[in-house]
Ligand binder design. Sequence first.
Ligand code: AMP
Length: 226
Amino acid sequence: MNNAPGKSAGGRVILFLGPPGVGKGTVATRIAAGDGFDYVSSGDLLRENVRAKNAIGREASGYMEAGQLVPDELVTRMALERLDRTGGQIILDGFPRTLAQARALHEYLAARGRELLVIDLEAPDEFLRERLANRIICRGCGRIYHRLNLPPRRADICDDCDGALYQREDDRPEVIMERLAVYHRQSSPVRDYFLARGAVHTIDGTGPLEKSLAAARAIIAAGGNP
Ligand code: AMP
């Protein structure tokens, strides 16, 4: 990962925003793997804590199963502690999701002189419902597939690590509806918050993965300058 000497202080933080199912995780992990950036997903961090059955996991699991947001204080502490451990360039996925989290992150970065770049993937709800209902994920390495558009070579087995593929509990249709409603209510203001600070670059998330990837890479390479 990106902990090379000389890059250890004040590395840039790249945020991926956008509704559940828009492809944030897929685009962000591919860029991180290809370009050697560190990558953090707040959802992955929370699921690790749930699996470990520790205090954070026990507090978070009920909210997660219901498709609701975990309390700001808990997620913010967890995400900022993780950022503290990475001084180099890092991609953040899934955090911040509320205005309070956005403010906390903004203050944290400003205090450390770390630059922020925000990439916002957009797609209509109907498109997202279909995509999430068909999403399957590798238990071993976290690679994301779509049953119809991005299927594994062998049914229910990961192409990369032979891990078993599964559907997330919260990718069931009734939970998907709740997650999209929560996004519109609580997370759209995050985009507006960063828009007002001039750091947001929007990408159409309905096209093929390669197109979103190329667009995100171009924005990152340009250093966020249009
Ligand atoms: P994700 O994997 O990003 O879709 O997140 C899965 C679930 O974890 C969400 O539905 C929330 O319950 C919780 N979660 C992840 N990130 C956050 C966050 N920044 N704030 C609050 N809850 C979160």
